[in-house]
Design a protein around this ligand. Structure first.
Ligand SMILES: *Cc1c(COP(=O)(O)O)cnc(C)c1O
Length: 221
């Protein structure tokens, strides 16, 4: 099942787009099936769940944290997490840097932007993001690397709106790239697109899609 879903899915997206297989709420057996089919990048949105699964699965998995991260939960994932998608404040970034330093690692981080027309979605405005990058303490954060941006579109059937929100994020990425990261080849990711809207996201320039339901089936909470 998982294997077939994965194969079908990978055939339907461009090779340059990274697939983050979102395994939240799913048992390690299903994650192992996806791993055995060749998948190496997985996403979880609860720090403790991720910390519990990590030791039970192969250690060459690239674990991405995709949810809202509380500062007091970073410790659970700092020893091994590859990339954190939900950076929405300087305080959070500093704390990630502190724990990454403690573990002698560099953790990739994506700045999460608020692009949806919904009250519930977390994220930065463009001005808030530039304030982080221009803060006098930012150059001291040597154990995080800002690798790009992340965002979630509104949950709506209005494809024009969703596409416009993704284009907005793409535009933020290119503005930040030219202003702060033009010499930084590692600043390259636009993480956008989920099972319901990944095609629109890819058409707007996504480099990284986060797919749960289409690979692992629907979730029972
Ligand atoms: C759950 C989740 C996804 C995956 O959603 P699906 O609709 O199951 O593909 C992607 N991104 C984030 C941030 C999520 O929390």
């Amino acid at each position: 099942m998982v294997r077939d879903n994965l194969k079908l899915f990978l055939n339907s997206i461009p090779k340059e787009v990274t697939l983050v297989a979102v395994s939240k709420t799913k048992p390690v057996e299903l994650i192992q099936q996806a791993y055995d089919a060749g998948q190496r990048v997985f996403g979880e949105n609860k720090a403790q769940d991720l910390a519990a699964k990590y030791p039970l699965l192969p250690n060459d998995i690239n674990w991405h944290f995709i949810g809202h991260l509380q500062r007091n939960k970073i410790k659970y994932i700092a020893p091994f997490v590859h990339c954190i998608h939900g950076i929405d404040s300087l305080r959070l970034l500093k704390e990630v840097n502190k724990l990454a330093t403690k573990h002698n690692r560099i953790i990739k981080c994506l700045l999460q932007f608020y692009i949806a027309k919904e009250e519930t979605k977390f994220g930065l405005s463009y001005e808030e993001a530039t304030a982080i990058l221009e803060d006098s303490s930012f150059p001291e954060l040597t154990h995080i690397h800002i690798s790009g941006v992340m965002g979630m579109a509104s949950y709506t059937d209005d494809e024009t709106q969703v596409l416009n929100e993704f284009k907005q994020l793409s535009d933020y990425f290119h503005r930040l790239k030219s202003k702060y990261f033009c010499d930084d080849e590692q600043f390259k990711e636009i993480s956008m697109g989920m099972s319901g809207d990944y095609k629109l996201a890819i058409s707007a320039g996504s480099t990284m899609i986060r797919i749960g339901t289409s690979i692992f089936g629907s979730r029972n909470y």
